[in-house]
Design a protein around this ligand. Sequence first.
Ligand code: SF4
Length: 93
Amino acid sequence: MNVEAKLAVDRFFVDEEDAHIKLGDVSTLDRATLELLVRGCPAGLYRFNDQGGLDFDYAGCFECGTCYVLAHGTAIASWEYPRGEMGIEYRRG
Ligand code: SF4
């Protein structure tokens, strides 16, 4: 079973009321800093939009912490695990 097949059986319980990752003012950051997130997030949740800005949606987050390591204190204003019963439910490790 490959990684994509394993991820396909995971379930996400998205907390629509409380984003567990919040961005700061990314408009002041250079592209190289933002590119760390675009390239580093294994779920592909950070993307450049047509205007060159950064789009982010926490739904689908693997809770791996990579973006925290890469950009806490720059792009990432706060990072927490989702509230209980929320977030990803891994089913294949
Ligand atoms: S915790 Fe991992 S999967 Fe979630 S947004 Fe950050 S880098 Fe992406």
